[in-house]
Design a binder for this molecule. Sequence first.
Ligand SMILES: [Zn+2]
Length: 396
Amino acid sequence: MALFAVLYSASTIASASSPVIYSINVNSSNPLLAKVKIDTSTLPDITMLASRTMRNNIQPELICQRAGLPDRSIDFGSSISCDSVVWTLNFQKEAIEGVDASLQNNIYSPADGWHLLTEWNSLPRIKGMNNVQVCINSDNPQCQKLPSISSPPLFMVWGMAGKELNVDGVPVHVMTNQKQLLQQDSTWLPILSNQISYIKSVFNVDKMEPWSLVWLKREVSSGSIGGAAGNQIYIANVATENGRLISKSYQHLLKISAHESIHFLSSISAPVWADESLAEYYAIKSLSKTVYSLPDPIESWQRMAVKFPHGGTNLYEASRFVTEEQNYEYYGLFYTKGPAFWAELDKQLHLKGDSLTYHLSELKTEWEVNLPPQFVDAMIKKIGAKDWARIESKYL
Ligand SMILES: [Zn+2]
């Protein structure tokens, strides 16, 4: 009977509709630090699980606070009872050359006063608690749901200039630290709207929820201009020189924005080589017939193949190096040789009055590295075994 009572009370609490709040306060004297506090006083006992991680396994040190007792540290995976759980978040200073969006680090800008928080290595979870709100207590308080671990990560930005836009009928909150972009939205907004509309039709997206996009300036001289997709938010770098837009800025920005939008909108769950190369291929396509159109991926690859690191390695093999050996020297092939593969395949399909777009649904299945047999069969049927074999040996 006693056991039943305990179980009953635990399940009542777990199913209660009120969310668990991760309350975040930036340290007023050192904005590179913030404190996260969870009120766990209504939970009989909790088990903390490690945060999702990227690049390393570093976790915050969690502290259990209880009235009248000294603070004690919490071990992940073991049950404990606390009035509250607290830990410290660290932010890196925005570098002079800007933030590399693809690294997805926690960043604070001393110059502009904004923060970027990413879930990676920062937000441990309470076992069994799926209803979690992460709340920033700033001048403009905001809360976001902590996404499930099968969803893209949580990114939150506060203190950055922004505006509400309508992109192809969808409310989009644009934030940027490159002020010219907000002043000159007629230069890119109509094109971005068309790109999103094109991507929605290619990837068969019928409904879109509001989302945010964050454009962070990044000096071209840094050599890395990237992006990252989060949960209903993505980050893209804007190429700058001494903080100013250059002629290539819009082209880069719109291409990366389309690439990240595809990650966000596509429901194809493909291995990383195909996921990245498809996003890149359709991002390039989304800009064709605009003033920002990019060179044909087949020609681009032909030009760079000879001197490209591991240019002779095909995509399946590169994929294994990356996923099995974490050898990221091969990663660049997914954005260069990968789009050339899709472009060449699509070109052959077009010669037969067909299109890759009509076959994307054949990729909506579970697959590891090699393209799914149903997709390969469909390609052979359309373009013929000889052309398929040629493309396969050239790229795959
Ligand atoms: Zn990507």
